[in-house]
Design a protein around this ligand. Sequence first.
Ligand code: SIN
Length: 536
Amino acid sequence: MTTHAVVVGSGIAGLTVALHAVEHGCRVTLVTKDVLDHANTRFAQGGIAGVMFADDRVEDHIHDTLVAGAGLSDREAVRVLADEGPARIRELIDIGVAFDRGEDGGFVKGLEAAHSYPRILHSGGDATGTAIERALVARLRASRVDVIEHAFLVDLVVEGGRVRGVDLLVGDREATADSAAVAGRRGIVAADAVVLATGGAGELYAHSTNPVVATGDGIAAALRAGADVRDLEFFQFHPTVLAAGASFLVSEAVRGEGATLIDETGRRFAFDAHPDGELAPRDVVARAIAHQMELQDGRPVRLDATLLHGDDPEERAAFLARRFPTIDRAVRERGLDWAREPIPVTPAAHYLMGGVATDLFGRASLPGLYAVGEVACTGVHGANRLASNSLLEGAVFGARAGDVIASDAASADWPVAAGASAERASGGEPAGAAPAGDDPADAPPFSRAALQELLWHDAGLVRDDAGLGHAASVLSVWRTQRREPHTELEYENENLLVVADHLVAAARARRGSVGAHYRRDDPVTSAPIRQEAVAC
Ligand code: SIN
């Protein structure tokens, strides 16, 4: 019998799993809460990392990924990522992604922080995500995959300890044979396998590089279903976001081209924190900026691109517009001229390393459930993701999951992630207990904005026991209040609350500092010990 797989999410991971699963004989339905091409992938600027040049080595990509991950990466996951990355990148080229080439016809080499080799391929200068999303969407539209847009994942359907489908809140779409849903109504789509590819949860924080669709829906649904999650304490903050107007990512590739970070006196300060200065691992640079901003009473630091590309500002302006067209537009829209003056930047929430615990084929702890891309945690990123490994992760592990779903469905016992089991997963209890002595009356009314401010201040780039305890206390008040979500926005807010609760609990449980989890009251780097996946 044909296996029906429902894929939730339409970024690089979701599109890749759908295309691979359909090639392996599955019937695939891809659902997405917005339109097909509105996923975080579209906003990726820097590029995709992979060993594509003869003088680069897979071993070096592995080494760089492990170092950036602060000793907490799963080594086998990292090996898979680096080994299989080039084949996946060639697949993207085959479907029409035009990575930038130089005058000699070869790919332009891009450098980003913590890479020992300039192995980043980019497209359209800084529009790599857009190019990849466009090519994959075109391929999907030409495939046999059914697509349901504007369909929000309310919950996973679990029967007898196995995932059997998705419960959707459907907006503007036509009904399919599997679904009782009609426009604006709830409906179930039955499936043999469900793949979560719902992306991250940048909306947890007051300042983020993510689009507003990044609300942790997949992690929250997995938690409610009783699946294991891990590493939620590791949230990466990108060092450089424009601190003028709305948050806008300024790719690490700008520093890779030679731009520097300076304080209010014009001094380069990143070398105070690390011998690699501006090209140190992302968590180190982000904290160095936060520290400098504290010394400057909160005022942003500056990113200085005025020394790039010779002395002539006109030539520099032309170079910046050619190499970074998207950023150049955003900078100029804000009335800034980065060819002539340093621009204000500040860190912002960027990427969740933790997520639904999976094996190296995307299998979660519940039979019939898979997770790929940012929603998943294979352990590949450890405590801090290496730049431009995220698109690669979506392509590599998306393909792996898509390749095994049909055979998993045919096996007598549906394989689940090793070390996790359906028996351990007992459903729905939040992990964050409030510390004694806090007055619940202090909690502000629940809203997305209040949640974002709480996490930004108490569970952000720099944490301490008091702040995390306060966050746990406020979250426990909000958690026990009765709210009945009806709209998509209300469901998203509840999902953010679920993820926040588990993130804060995980951060309180981890002593010491490692990678993206930094405690000012316990700054000594903790032994790199991976905490067990938790069943909620
Ligand atoms: C960037 O372009 O700096 C972001 C790329 C990434 O997050 O890997």
